[in-house]
Design a binder for this molecule. Structure first.
Ligand SMILES: Nc1ncnc2c1ncn2[C@@H]1O[C@H](COP(=O)(O)OP(=O)(O)OP(=O)(O)O)[C@@H](O)[C@H]1O
Length: 283
């Protein structure tokens, strides 16, 4: 029997909010379960609007937040049991993040290639600059760039799309099995968005990397995902094959989200916004 690459088993995360005398608890993620198979790389989308719990899910999968209930298991290891530096490094070699804002991920005063060398040194044991450059160039070629064009460049000299490609290249250096991409295209210029989205697809197909694609954008989720879950206020309200779920959403919130992809005609867009408000408020 093949082991799951990732398994979330009734995962719940609560945050305490408010002051000393008005302490309340928000359930950011509420009893979420799903799994990704080891032998079938896939793009698994977690879709929801702001506050639905998507980033909290990403943080838990990356081991940066601890669940209050349930457990997350990566490749047979309960992520909650990762304690030592060596265990953490081994986990990060296999699970890599890509974040929303590439301009925040790279210090403006540091050459971007420096990040790639540091990642190669940390995760692949490449300890000479020549070895690090080979690793960096291999990863950059994978994302349609090259070390020759990036060497000595600062982040502000690159477009958001190029910089996000560098972030993906950095994530690829350890040869991960899973990439957790939290809103990876929302800060990228609309004209370049699809090229990044297509890049994820090629990583799945050519490198056999699974991708958790976290987004509020139904259109790109529909375009690249194999499976999708839709979250509202921490709860999974719909899940299944991306086409099946997004072609025929059944929950009022998913229908509202789908309607939120506005038609170009202003009158139709205004009507869609009204309908969406009515549906969300009626939930
Ligand atoms: N560290 C925290 N402390 C308190 N509340 C938090 C914390 N992190 C998240 N929350 C709350 O948990 C809920 C889910 O937040 P989360 O950031 O996971 O949602 P999201 O879908 O990723 O939204 P966004 O896209 O705006 O980040 C929200 O109500 C948020 O305010």
């Amino acid at each position: 029997m093949s082991q799951n690459l990732l398994e979330l088993d009734h995962v719940t995360k609560r945050y305490g909010v408010g002051g000393l005398f008005s302490r309340q608890s928000i359930t950011a993620v509420n009893d979420v379960s799903f799994s990704l198979a080891s032998d079938t790389p896939e793009i698994f989308a977690i879709v929801g609007e702001s506050g639905s719990g998507k980033s909290t899910m990403a943080k838990m999968i990356l081991g940066n937040e601890v669940p209050d209930g349930g457990r997350l298991v990566f490749d047979g290891t309960d992520i909650g049991t990762i304690r030592t530096r060596a265990q953490r490094e081994a986990f990060m070699t296999r699970v890599q993040p890509v974040f929303q804002n590439p301009f925040e991920a790279f210090n403006p005063l540091t050459h971007v290639d420096t990040y790639l060398y540091a990642t190669a040194r940390r995760f692949t044991g490449a300890d000479t600059r020549a070895q690090q450059e080979i690793k960096a160039d291999e990863a950059l070629q994978r994302v349609g760039l090259s070390l020759a064009e990036l060497k000595g460049r600062f982040s502000h000299e690159l477009s958001g799309g190029q910089l996000q490609r560098v972030a993906v290249a950095r994530a690829l250096i350890p040869s991960p099995k899973l990439i957790v991409a939290d809103e990876p295209v929302s800060m990228v210029d609309a004209s370049l968005r699809m090229s990044i989205v297509n890049l994820f697809r090629s990583l799945r197909d050519e490198l056999k990397v699974s991708i958790i694609y976290i987004t509020h954008d139904l259109a790109t989720a529909y375009y690249i995902s194999d499976r999708v879950i839709i979250m509202q206020k921490g709860v999974v309200i719909e899940s299944g094959g991306a086409r099946a779920v997004l072609d025929n959403p059944t929950h009022p919130y998913s229908i509202a989200l789908k309607n939120a992809v506005l038609p170009p005609d202003p009158k139709a867009a205004a009507a869609a916004i009204r309908q969406r408000r009515a549906l969300v408020e009626g939930v």
